[in-house]
Design a protein around this ligand. Structure first.
Ligand SMILES: [Zn+2]
Length: 488
C-alpha cells in the first residue's frame, strides 16, 4: 500500500509538524472565500457525523507523538477562516526526484520490525537484503533521514522484484530468476513517509512525502463496569486518548481507589485522518469529564496568553496540582474493584501509604517537580526513591524493580517524568507501587489530602476561556445522543 501512495516532492508544510485542522488551510487563493463557507459547514457536519458514527477502528498508540507543547487550540476551530488567510497555499515548485521503478505483478513485500540494538543495515540484512544492496540503500537515505534515529519497533516494508536492473545482487545460492531487493519504505513519524527505491538507472534514491491530514472531532461516553481500560475499549476510545485522559485526571483522582463500577467518562477529542480516511494516531483532547461517585469533574482544554496549554475546570482553575494522586499509568492498574486478590493495602495507621497494583515494569512518575533526596535499597521498602518538592511536601516510592537510568541523589525531576519501574522488591506480596506523601516529614494519607491547587485564570484569559468553554458545551450538547427525538 505504501508503495502505491502518491509521492510528492519533499515539502514540509508548516514546518512539518502536524497541527490539527490547519491542513484544511492549504487551498488555492481563489478558492478561499468559497472554502471559508464550506469549511464552516464541514465542521458543523463533521461534528454531527462524529456523534453518530462509531469511532473507526483506531490504531494502537504505542509510539505516539506527544501533543504536549502544541499550541493550537479549540480557537483554531472557531477562527479557521483567519488561519486560512495566514497560510496561503504554496506551489510545489521542487525539481521532480528520479522516479522509483513501479511495482510489477512479481513484486513481493516483507515487513521487518527493528529490534533492540539493531541498525538499519542489520535489520535489512535480517530481512534477506544483501550487504552491498543494504549499504547502498542506506546511503541513499542519509540525506533525508539519519538512520541512527531509527526507533526500536519501527516497521520497514522491504520490496523485492524479479527483474530489477542488473545492479543489485541476488542473495547467495539463489536461483537466477530469484527476487532481488529493490527498496523499502517506512513511516518515521505519523505524518511522514519515506521511500527508498531503485530507479531505472539502477541507483537507489530516497523520497520523503508528507501525509495530508485532516482532523475531525470525535465524541465518546462510557460507563465503567469492571475496569476503565475495558470501558474505553468498549466504546472504541483509542488507547492514546485514554492515556491522555488518565494523565489529565492523575492530578485529581486516585485511579486505584476512587474509580468504581458505575462511574463514567465523557471525552471530546480531535482525531487525525489521512487522505484515505484512515485514523492516524494523533489525537488531542478538547474536553474530558469523569463522573466519580455521581460527581462529574469536567475539564476544558485552553491555551492562556502564557502559551502553555492546560486543562481547566468550569471556573478556570487548572487541573494541575503540586502533586499527582496517581503517579503511575492508571490504565495499567489492576482493577481496584471486582477482584480483590492483589495486594491492596490502602492507607491504615500501620500502613502509611497508598498501594497501586500494576504489572512489573510499569513506569512510575515523579508526582511533582523536585529533587531526589534518597535513592537506593531501604529495608522493607526495597528499591526506594524519595523526592523533596518544597519545604512542606515530599513523596516516596517503594518496591521498585528498577530506577530510571542516570538518576541519583540530588537529581532534579519534573512532574510526570519517569523515575523508575513498578516491582516487588523488599517486603511485598506482588508487584505494586507503594506511594507515600510526606507533609513536613510525616506520612499522610494521600487520599484524604487536600493538595495545593494549580493556576487560576484571571482577567482576559478567564474571559476568553469562558467563551471557549461555552462553545465546547454547545458542541457537546449537539453531540449527545437524544433518545427521545432520535426515533422520529
Ligand atoms: Zn504499601
Amino acid at each position: 500500500m505504501i508503495f502505491m501512495m502518491k509521492l510528492i516532492a519533499t515539502q514540509r508544510l508548516h514546518g512539518g509538524r502536524y497541527r490539527p485542522l490547519k491542513s484544511l488551510s492549504c487551498v488555492p487563493r481563489q478558492d478561499r472565500r468559497q472554502q471559508r463557507r464550506s469549511v464552516t459547514a464541514a465542521i458543523a457536519a463533521s461534528l454531527l457525523i462524529a456523534g453518530m458514527l462509531p469511532a473507526a477502528a483506531m490504531p494502537r498508540a504505542d509510539n505516539l507523538p506527544q501533543a504536549d507543547g502544541q499550541r493550537t487550540s479549540w480557537t483554531d476551530l472557531l477562527h479557521i477562516a483567519k488561519t486560512q488567510a495566514r497560510h496561503p497555499a504554496r506551489p510545489l515548485a521542487r525539481p521532480t526526484p528520479p522516479q522509483v521503478l513501479p511495482e510489477t505483478a512479481t513484486t513481493s513485500k516483507q515487513v521487518i520490525t527493528v529490534r533492540e540494538g539493531e541498525t538499519l543495515l542489520t535489520a535489512l540484512a535480517r530481512g534477506g537484503v544483501s550487504r552491498p544492496d543494504a549499504f547502498r540503500a542506506v546511503n541513499a537515505l542519509k540525506p533525508i533521514f539519519d538512520p541512527r534515529r531509527l526507533a526500536t519497533g519501527q516497521q520497514i516494508k522491504v520490496r523485492f522484484d524479479s527483474a530489477p536492473p542488473a545492479s543489485t545482487t541476488p542473495p547467495r545460492n539463489a536461483p537466477k530468476d530469484a527476487l532481488r531487493f529493490t527498496g523499502f519504505t517506512f513511516r518515521p513519524e505519523a505524518t511522514r513517509d519515506i521511500q527508498v527505491g531503485l530507479t531505472s538507472s539502477g541507483k537507489f534514491t530516497a523520497v520523503a512525502s508528507d501525509r495530508e491530514l485532516t482532523s475531525r472531532p470525535q465524541y465518546v461516553t462510557g460507563q465503567i463496569d469492571d475496569s476503565l481500560y475495558n470501558a474505553a475499549q468498549a466504546v472504541k476510545m483509542p488507547v492514546s486518548v485514554l492515556a491522555k485522559m488518565i494523565r489529565i485526571f492523575s492530578f485529581d483522582v486516585d485511579f486505584q481507589r476512587e474509580v468504581r463500577r458505575g462511574d463514567g467518562f465523557e471525552v471530546l477529542y480531535h482525531q487525525a485522518f489521512d487522505v484515505n480516511g484512515a485514523a492516524v494516531p494523533i489525537t488531542e483532547i478538547v474536553f474530558a469529564s469523569m463522573t466519580l461517585s455521581k460527581t462529574p469533574r469536567p475539564y476544558y482544554r485552553y491555551t492562556p496568553a502564557s502559551g502553555v496549554t492546560d486543562y481547566f475546570d468550569r471556573r478556570g482553575q487548572s487541573v494541575k496540582k503540586t502533586l499527582m494522586r496517581t503517579p503511575v499509568d492508571g490504565a495499567r492498574l489492576s482493577s481496584g474493584f471486582g477482584r480483590r486478590k492483589h495486594p491492596i493495602l490502602g492507607y491504615t495507621k500501620l500502613h502509611r501509604g497508598a498501594d497501586f497494583a500494576a504489572p512489573t515494569g510499569t513506569p512510575i512518575m515523579a508526582a511533582g517537580d523536585g529533587v531526589i533526596v534518597s535513592l537506593g535499597r531501604n529495608g522493607h521498602y526495597g528499591k526506594y526513591i524519595q523526592i523533596r518538592h518544597n519545604s512542606t511536601y515530599s513523596t516516596a516510592y517503594a518496591h521498585m524493580s528498577a530506577y530510571r537510568r542516570g538518576l541519583k541523589r540530588g537529581s532534579r525531576v519534573r512532574q510526570g517524568q519517569t523515575i523508575g519501574y513498578v516491582g516487588s522488591t523488599g517486603r511485598s506480596t506482588g508487584p505494586h507501587l507503594h506511594y507515600e506523601v510526606l507533609v513536613n516529614g510525616k506520612q499522610r494519607n494521600p487520599l484524604g489530602l487536600k493538595l495545593p491547587s494549580g493556576e487560576q485564570l484571571r482577567g482576559k484569559d478567564l474571559a476568553n476561556f469562558k467563551l471557549i468553554r461555552d462553545e465546547i458545551d454547545r458542541q457537546r450538547n449537539s453531540l449527545q445522543p437524544k433518545p427521545a427525538i432520535a426515533q422520529q
